[in-house]
Design a protein around this ligand. Sequence first.
Ligand SMILES: [Zn+2]
Length: 219
Amino acid sequence: MKIPLIVVHTHGHLDHRLGDSQFQPLPHVEIVPADLAHVRKYFGLPDWPNGVAQLDLGDRTIDVIPTPGHYPSHVSYYDRQTGLFFSGDFFLPGRLIIDDAQADLASANRVADFIRNRPVSYVLGGHIELDTDGKMLPLGSHYHPRENVLQLTKQDLLALPAIVSSFNGFYTQNGVFVLYSQTRILLALGFLLIAVLVAFGMLLRGYLRRRKRARATLT
Ligand SMILES: [Zn+2]
């Protein structure tokens, strides 16, 4: 049986799947959409986010582990042949953007249970975000001089449940990991902006009233 080139993702953020169109016109290519319905159906994970699915590549099996938290349909991949664990944006050296803290913690525990008795050569995340001094590179930067290595270790992955447990739901730094909720920070900035606008409006109204009163006494 000839296996097609299977294009799967860890999750659906655009920076991870914008290259799909390059594969679309090629023959024998199967692109799996990254939304939850397709991910569950394609891998065979009816009890999402519980269970581990297998992707059979012939003489090679890839385990597919649900890891929602950063993204609702996030999965991680474990290659039994090389011991590589592909963690996408669920776990990488740098920013851990957490959309659903409860789901993320459950994923961290699920993964720790999965790898505990399995060999892991490297844990490979989706981005390099640190330079060789361990300092954070700017978000979205395309130029990474002196960038740090991508790989993390099995020990790091086993420590993830404790790291995620330390998250206050908003912004927490834990070693080289910066955990934050983009949604909550945006919401807070939105409220702050509204508060500044309201305060400005009140100041302006007060100023105009005073000016009107001053004019009235002059005339
Ligand atoms: Zn992402």
